[in-house]
Design a protein around this ligand. Structure first.
Ligand code: PEP
Ligand code: MN
Length: 348
């Protein structure tokens, strides 16, 4: 249920509505807006009595029920897109976001070369895992805090914002000290303990779709983070598992516009994990821009043949620079069309 207060409602009037909601046994989950305060209420069961009572309060403009099971992340809750601002760049706004870097942080030389290369090509975000979810326990598991420190060094040298994976709820505080964006990998999309902890981490979260998860399950996972206090969530399509084997995963490209109908959260595409093959990354990236994703997250390594993880799907730096150059006309069209959408939204 969303309660819109009349313009310039006072603190006392807002508190009165809150008390009324609580009287019916429901919880106020968020209050937002400067001019007009909007109160989000989530309750289990029949909310009719609460709805009617609050609707009759003089300081309330109107009350709307949200039919979707995901409340705060749904389009019904917010008509305008969520824009996430990080380190002077934005995701979901007027600027197409490009995140790039190696699968794993491996050494100072590797991450510095990757960071300088992707920054020169125009990326604003550096990706790189310091905690790695690997299928085999015998494979490289990540440099952990030493890797986070190298990412910090790369940020200092290049100004890039850092996107790095968080695997367990016990590491949230540590990773949040270094990360601008906390990445939740496909394997952890339904780690509900972790999602709840990320509600309080104070950083935007990049939530990757689980390899066997539906779009609605992805949204329910995003709802966990928002319901626990963090409204800055970026969704990521990274391919799902199907019977097809020619690509590592099957990119569900239609999930991007489908998600845009259902949620106000930004959505990016990972063409690297979606294909598993570097030769396919430029074409899929182009498709991502054309279909209206808010950005890309691409694996780039200074020497992919030596990468400890995901070398086969990583572009080298010249390949990434070429791809960025080839994407420019598409990004230009994206910018023009986004500008139109934002102008239309502002006029509503
Ligand atoms: C990664 O980004 O390196 C990664 C492990 O991705 P995913 O969680 O999508 O498999
Ligand atoms: Mn990877």
């Amino acid at each position: 249920m969303i309660i819109s207060m009349k313009l310039h409602a006072t603190r006392a009037e807002i508190d009165e509505v809150r008390r009324q909601v609580e009287h019916f046994g429901y919880k106020v989950h968020s209050i937002e807006g400067e001019e007009r305060v909007v109160i989000g209420v989530v309750g289990v069961g029949d909310v009719t009595a609460c709805f009617e009572s609050v609707e009759a309060m003089p300081q309330v403009e109107n009350v709307v029920r949200i039919s979707a099971p995901y409340k705060f992340v749904s389009r019904e809750f917010r008509k305008d897109r969520t824009v996430i601002r990080v380190n002077g760049a934005e995701i979901g706004g007027a600027e197409f976001a490009v995140m790039a870097g190696p699968c794993s942080v491996e050494s100072e030389d590797q991450i510095m070369r990757a960071a300088e290369g992707v920054a020169r090509a125009g990326a604003k975000f550096l990706r790189g895992g310091a905690f790695k979810p690997r299928t085999s326990p015998y494979d490289f598991q990540g440099m952990e805090e030493a890797g986070l420190k190298l990412l910090q060094k790369a940020k200092k040298a290049t100004g890039l914002a850092i996107v790095t994976e968080i695997m367990g709820d016990r590491e949230v505080e540590l990773v949040a000290q270094y990360a601008d964006i906390m990445q939740v990998g496909a394997r952890n999309m339904q780690n509900f303990v972790l999602l709840k902890a990320l509600g309080k981490c104070g950083r935007p979260v990049l939530l990757k779709r689980g390899m066997s998860s539906t779009v609605k399950e992805l949204l329910m996972s995003a709802e966990y983070i928002v319901a626990h206090g963090n409204s800055e969530v970026i969704l990521c399509e990274r391919g799902i598992r199907t019977f097809e084997t020619v690509t590592r995963n099957t990119c569900d490209i239609a999930a991007i516009p489908a998600l845009q109908e259902l949620t106000h959260l930004p959505i990016i595409l990972d063409p690297s994990h979606a294909t598993g093959r570097r030769s396919l990354v430029p074409a899929l990236s182009r498709a991502g821009v054309a279909i209206g994703a808010d950005g890309l997250i691409v694996e780039v390594h200074p020497a992919p043949e030596k990468a400890v993880s995901d070398g086969a799907q990583s572009l080298d730096i010249p390949q990434f620079q070429q791809m960025m150059q080839d994407l420019q006309p598409y990004i230009q069209l994206w910018n023009d069309s986004r500008k139109k959408q934002l102008t239309a939204a502002a006029a509503r």
